[in-house]
Design a protein around this ligand. Sequence first.
Ligand SMILES: *Cc1c(COP(=O)(O)O)cnc(C)c1O
Length: 388
Amino acid sequence: MSFEYSERIKSLPPYLFAQIDKKKKEKIAQGVDVIDLGVGDPDMPTPEPIVKAMQRAVEKPEHHRYPSYEGMLSFREAVAEFYRRRFGVFLDPEKEVITLIGSKEGIAHFPLAFINPDDVVLCPDPAYPVYKIGTLFAGGVPYIMPLKEENNFLPDFKSIPKDVLKRAKIIWVNYPNNPTSAVADESFYRELIDWARENNIIVASDLAYSEIYFGNQKPMSILQIDGAKEVAIEFHSLSKTYNMTGWRIGMAVGNEKLISGLGKVKTNVDSGQFQAIQEAGITALKMPESELQKIREVYRQRREAMVKALQDAGLEVYSSTATFYLWVKVPKGYTSAQFVSLLLDECGIVCTPGNGFGEHGEGYFRISLTLPTERLLEAAERIRKLKI
Ligand SMILES: *Cc1c(COP(=O)(O)O)cnc(C)c1O
C-alpha cells in the first residue's frame, strides 16, 4: 500500500520547532532544569466560577444532545453584551455573532467561505501561522505583508501593488499582536477600514489579546470604527482572556454576510461546540472587570521584572503595553535559530525563534510570560551569565 499525502499537506512549511522539541526532550532526559518560555499558553488556572459553572452545566441532559451549529443564543447574547460593555459596539446576537470551537477553528475555516483558487489573501509576517495556512488550504495565494519595527509592526497596506490588490479578497490583522506584542491605534484602523471599503476587501481582525493590556489605553475592537461592519469580521476567544485555552471556545463577530459565510462552512464541517462549555463561557463573559484586572496584574509584574532583567543581561526588548509576549532582538552575529539553539544548549532555556512566525521574524525571538516571575528571572540570570 502506498498512500500519498495531498499536495496541500505536502506544501505545508516545515515544522520549525521540530528540532527544538527534540533538543528540549534530550536536555530534560539529561536532567537539565529546562525553562520553557516557548509556549503561548497561560499557566494560571481557569477562574473557579467558570469551572463551577461547567460542573453544573455538564449534568444537564439538554446539553448532552447536538448543539446548534451557530451556537447557543444565550452564549451569543453574552458575547454581544461583552462587546457592548467593553468596546461600545452593538451586535445583533442572531446575525452578527457565531460561536467557534476556539478562534483558531474559525480563522482556519473562514477563507473557505470567500476564497476561490488563486484569490489573494493579505497575510502579515511575522504572524500566527494559521492565516497563511487557512489561505493555502482554501486554494488561495498568501501575499506577505512584512511587519517592520520602524512601522511599529503595522502592515503598510497602502504600498501593496495594484495588480495584487485586484486579486485580494481578505486582509488579516492581529493587534495586540502575537508574536511582536505591538498594538494598533484608532488612526491605523480607520485608514484600514477606509482603504478596505475603497478596494472591496474583507478585513479579518484577530483580537485574541484584547484583555491582556497594561497601559492606560485599552486595545480597541476594529468594529469601533465607523463603517467597519460593512467590511469586517473579528475573531475573538476566551482562551487568553480567561485562561481557557484547553476549553476550545471562541467567537466571530461583525458583518452579517461574513458571519453567515463562515457559518455555512461550519455547518458542513462540525456540529457546534458542547453546550456545557458555552454555558461556562457565559459565566466567563459576565465576570467582573476586577477578575480580569487580577490576571493582568500578574502579567504586568512579570513583564516589568523580565524586561528589566533582560536589559541588564544586554538584550533589547521591544517596548509594548500588551500581550504576554516579549519580542526580543537577537544579539549581533547570530541568526534567530542559532541564538535560540545557544539558549537551549548553554542555558537550558526554550524560546521561539522569530523566523518560526515567518521570514520577517528573522532577527528576533519570542519569550512567553507564562511562568512565575522567579522562573523568568532565573532564565534572565542564566542569559546574563552568557555575557553577550
Ligand atoms: C492564542 C491565539 C488565538 C486563539 O486561539 P484559540 O483557538 O481561540 O485558543 C488566536 N490568534 C492568535 C494570534 C493567538 O495567539
